[in-house]
Ligand binder design. Sequence first.
Ligand SMILES: Nc1ncnc2c1ncn2[C@@H]1O[C@H](COP(=O)(O)OP(=O)(O)OP(=O)(O)O)[C@@H](O)[C@H]1O
Ligand SMILES: [Mg+2]
Length: 297
Amino acid sequence: MPDQARTARDMKEREAAVAVPHAAPESAEFPQKIIAITSGKGGVGKSNIAVNLGVSLTRFGHRVLLVDADMGLANLDMLLGLTPKYNLYHVLSGKKRIEDVIISGPSGIKLLPTSSNGLLSPDMTNEKRAEIVRRIRGFSDIADTVFVDTGGGITDNILEFLLLADEVILVTTPEPTSIMDSYGIIRVLAREKENSRVRLLINMAEDQADAQHVSATMKMITKQFFNVTFDELGWIGYDTHVSKAVRQQQPFVLLYPSSRASRAVTRVAMKMANYEVDIVTEPGLAGLVRRMISFLK
Ligand SMILES: Nc1ncnc2c1ncn2[C@@H]1O[C@H](COP(=O)(O)OP(=O)(O)OP(=O)(O)O)[C@@H](O)[C@H]1O
Ligand SMILES: [Mg+2]
């Protein structure tokens, strides 16, 4: 696309941001939920989903904290255009308190950054992970929704966060390798935890039919795990705006609000918000949700 046309299109997409409400309704109160975002295979879009779904949820009145739990490979700060001075390493080494390390990002989202130099990995024990989660649970005034962005695969570090979380968002792409690795995650969860709640989020799908195919396959291969509550959170299509926004270190939902990926993430955020919001008794939120729905049409 010629540069001029691209700039015009980018501007149009920025303008569309005005149509989307940014301010969170003051009155919204939600019980705190810790949600681990994970995947079998790496590189499926977890960190981008944590950031953009988090920002999107702030528009529905949620107070969102992102915890970068990808020890040694921190990147949520970069995706948000932030340069944290302190991180989880300083907390674990006793130099800082968690509340001194949490920083604010766009749309009021909060970030608990991790160390990007690999310092945490050897020191991190299950007790320390549990301690971090326990302390985060005490911060219900800072966040009602906590996204813990784990790395991919099923290392001890990741598994412990999955077990400590209230629910798990499992990100899968349509590639068979990703589907098989997701199956592996569910199998481990079924073995390690009674009544896990796993919500499937399909990323980089070609179209709805592609996503439905993935979803049907996942349902079929996981139905043997009776103690796992498995539901579908939605799907996000492949969209080059994602990597364009990454290069500009800004969430795509803010930079390209009318892009395919942004509309999809907003739909997922709506679905998550609807689970917890009684839109009949919350007039402020009902109006907001109605405006969001008309924006998505
Ligand atoms: N819907 C999408 N459309 C196109 N590209 C995408 C989409 N989602 C993510 N990507 C791209 O995929 C790559 C990986 O994304 P991301 O870093 O969020 O994945 P991850 O699962 O967190 O990876 P890791 O396992 O290494 O932590 C990035 O280059 C990102 O731009
Ligand atoms: Mg990541």
